[in-house]
Design a protein around this ligand. Structure first.
Ligand SMILES: [Zn+2]
Length: 297
């Protein structure tokens, strides 16, 4: 059973919000899609159905869908309600934008959205800011998980559209995640891309806090910061420190027609085989841990 912990739901609303304030005439989502060479996402229902067809084609059981700009939560909620056995709802949230508690609490209502995703380098706040504590408190009350993007942050679609991306990478330190995660041991915390460059710090955070998990998603281009490091080496070390129970397979798939990123999957399966991970370890990483974290309700 394959479950993917990291897919972006690039809805029409996502494209509209992302390009707000820029000059586009007519149907904004369609115009931006054309500019990017993507298929227009259509309605959230249409996009959700397209995802299911794609997952069936690759025999992927379930995936996390991330609402990838604040304000697009409803699109992912619609997708989850339509296909509750296939999708788990994540959403990007900026706690520094004020009234964190009163904005966050309603987003978890109904249980369709289960993970709040923080991007401190993008939204420019420190992980020891009280607003982050608030996010963890609300997540604990809701039985939700927290995703914290650390390390290198490049948003391909922003780059291609020429949108400003003045991120402060110092703010995405896994050790900052460890500090707050330790105070909320019942809240599962996901650090994507093995820390995206902060590999050592991500392993230290995992070592310190039993509630921190790493997602394996993307091509892990950050490996270039570590001379000689290979994907095999990354998996070997992550398995040694985090153990097979705390690694979550992911691809970082996003738009169509490209669809689900099978080459990323295949590279990770090959790496797990190369480091002689047991069958049990592999099945946990590729889907078992996802199922444990997000049981079907
Ligand atoms: Zn991503």
């Amino acid at each position: 059973m394959v479950c993917d912990t990291h897919c972006h739901f690039f809805s029409s609303r996502f494209l509209e919000l992302l390009t707000q304030g820029t000059e586009v005439s007519g149907d904004r989502a369609a115009a931006v899609s054309t500019k990017l060479g993507w298929d227009p996402p259509g309605t959230p229902e249409e996009l959700a159905d397209r995802w299911v067809v794609e997952l069936d084609r690759h025999t992927v059981a379930r995936v996390a869908l991330i609402a990838s700009v604040p304000g697009d939560e409803a699109s992912v909620r619609t997708a989850v309600i339509r296909h509750p056995t296939r999708f788990v709802g994540f959403f990007m949230f900026n706690p520094a934008a004020g009234d964190a508690r009163s904005r966050l609490v309603p987003l978890f209502e109904g249980g369709h959205l289960r993970v709040v995703a923080l991007f401190p380098a993008m939204h420019r706040y420190r992980l020891d800011d009280p607003v982050v504590e608030t996010v963890f408190e609300v997540a604990a009350d809701a039985g939700a998980a927290v995703f914290v993007h650390c390390g290198m942050l490049t948003v391909g679609v922003r780059k291609r559209l020429g949108l400003p991306s003045s991120f402060d990478l110092r703010l995405g330190d896994p050790l900052g995640v460890a500090a707050v995660a330790a105070r909320h041991p019942a809240v599962p915390v996901i650090i994507p891309h093995f820390g995206a460059g902060f590999f050592r710090e991500a392993l230290m955070a995992v070592d310190q806090c039993a509630n921190i998990l790493l997602d394996t998603s993307s091509s892990n281009g950050w490996m270039k910061y570590y001379p000689g490091l290979t994907l095999d080496g990354v998996f070997q070390q992550a398995l040694a420190v985090a153990g097979p129970e705390r690694l979550l397979f992911g691809t970082d798939s996003s738009f169509f027609p490209r669809g689900w990123q099978k080459p990323v999957h295949d590279a990770q399966v090959a790496a797990l085989a190369a480091v002689r991970a047991t069958h049990e370890a592999r099945s946990r990483v590729m889907g078992g841990n996802f199922a444990r974290l997000f049981p079907l309700s």
